[in-house]
Design a protein around this ligand. Structure first.
Ligand code: UGA
Length: 436
């Protein structure tokens, strides 16, 4: 493998930072990962992963052994030893819905102070349009010596659970810069990723990320509304999605109706988009509705539960899945949170199981019984709600499940079973947007 000469520092070892670091190292770059969380760096140096992600551990340890990847808390060292510094810190949502840029700002100020020669500073964090210009100003204001630099916007499109695959085989790499020198170096950095490299302006790159996430979230809320109508008129949303998706302009991807989107990205980015456009007086009506529909969709299982069970008080409900989607241990904004809270408010008890979410503290639920298998979660319960479509649940012995349950109500929030089969087995089966 041809080793690239550019050395990279990646600031922030969250999802984006860590996955990008491992992929750049795999492609031959030398990468220094920096984080101010000492414990995290200590663990990473021992080869212990802070997140669950397919292939991450093996690839990380392999590249650590071959000295292409190192972990440190020393930002000065990382900046001075690198040609490209990638900012991949969090931009969480502030209580007012705006993206919190304080981590991006403080990291930028420190990078500026530690600069010892020309550097390219790359922003991978999702940030409002105009942040690239702000970063340039911050660096100028904080530099001790006036070294030359460029700031590039390079958003990522990876999904949790398939993050390594998405980074290695993405549909496009977006590089936002107006500067020729930076354009050349960035193109070289990504040359052996074998993906379309799109060179555009920093503003376009920043907007592309928000537009992509808002559009995908819109597809989900749109199909969820169609599902709600299907339930009233007796149509089948899966059939509708498949057939409208045959039109290439629509595509069948991202048209699975369910109990709403969650995770660290869509909820946060749609709200931030509304907020920063509000800042210049724009009322982003579609995206506002997307969020409203999504909030409502998370309550669908409770609506079905309260219709089926005359009283939830004192009953036990089995929850299958806590993660916001399969193949991740992430529970941020998971529909499970709304569902569990609502059941508890109605006086119901919870038994929950997730194949990977083991650290129950992570989702901060009081008074839930957390069990070790899916069968334990359905044992003696009055009703089951399937929240996450893990493969493990698709393989469940449904005859055994109904025998273990006290009641027979099964609410399938992700449409993974078939009504006729469930009916034959004796379930009172409810799903989303089709016959129930
Ligand atoms: C999302 C985007 O898909 C990535 O391209 C983007 O890079 C990322 O956000 C980000 O901004 O960092 P992610 O949040 O990991 O990725 O997860 P998705 O696979 O997109 O799923 C998001 C939510 O939508 C999940 O709760 C999922 O259950 C839901 N969903 C997805 C549906 O309800 N229906 C669908 O058809 C697809």
């Amino acid at each position: 493998r041809r080793l690239l000469k550019v050395k990279i520092a990646i600031v922030g070892t969250g999802y984006v930072g860590l996955v990008s670091a491992v992929c750049f190292a795999e492609k031959g770059s030398r990468v220094i990962c920096v984080d101010n969380n000492e414990e995290k760096i200590k663990q990473l140096n021992k080869g212990i992963m802070p997140i669950y992600e397919n292939d991450l551990e093996d690839m990380l340890n392999k590249n650590k052994c071959s000295k292409r990847l190192e972990f440190t808390t020393d930002l000065e060292y990382a900046v001075q030893k690198s040609d490209i510094i990638i900012i991949a810190v969090g931009t969480p949502m502030l209580p007012n819905g705006h993206a919190d840029l304080s981590q991006v700002e403080s990291v930028t100020e420190n990078i500026a102070k530690f600069m010892n020669e020309y550097k390219i500073i790359v922003n991978k964090s999702t940030v409002p349009v105009g942040t690239q210009k702000k970063v340039i100003k911050l660096i100028r204001d904080n530099q001790i010596n006036e070294y030359d630099f460029d700031v590039v916007s390079n958003p990522e499109f990876l999904r949790e659970g398939t993050a390594i695959y998405d980074t290695m085989h993405g549909d496009r790499i977006v590089i936002g810069t107006d500067n020729e020198r930076a354009r050349k170096i960035m193109t070289k950095l990504y040359a052996n990723f074998n993906q379309s490299i799109i060179l555009t302006s920093p503003e376009n790159a920043e907007m592309i990320k928000y537009a992509a996430n808002a559009f995908l979230a819109t597809k989900i809320s749109f199909i969820n509304e169609i599902a709600n109508i299907c339930e009233i008129v007796g149509a089948d949303v899966q059939e509708i999605a498949k057939i409208i998706g045959m039109d290439k302009r629509i595509s069948p991807e991202f048209l699975s109706a369910g109990i709403g989107f969650g995770g660290a990205c869509f909820p946060k980015d749609t709200k931030a988009l509304i907020k920063f456009t509000e800042g210049f007086g724009y009322d982003f009506k579609i995206v506002k509705s997307v969020i409203e529909v999504n909030e409502n969709q998370k309550t669908k299982p409770i609506e079905k539960l309260t219709n089926a069970l005359s009283c939830v008080k004192g009953r036990t409900i089995g929850i299958l899945g806590l993660a916001f989607k399969p193949n991740t241990d992430d529970t941020r904004e998971s529909p499970a949170i709304t569902i569990i809270n609502d059941i508890q408010k109605l006086g119901g008890k919870i038994k929950a199981y997730d194949p990977i979410v083991k650290d129950i503290d992570k989702i901060k639920f009081d008074n839930i019984e957390y069990v070790d298998t899916a069968y334990d979660a359905v044992k003696d319960v009055d009703a089951v709600i399937l929240v996450t479509e893990w493969d493990e649940f698709k393989q469940l012995d449904l005859k055994k499940v109904i025998k273990l349950m006290k009641g027979n109500i099964f609410i399938d929030g992700r449409n993974i079973y078939k009504y006729t089969k469930m009916f034959k087995l004796g379930y009172e089966y409810y799903c989303i947007g089709k016959k129930d």
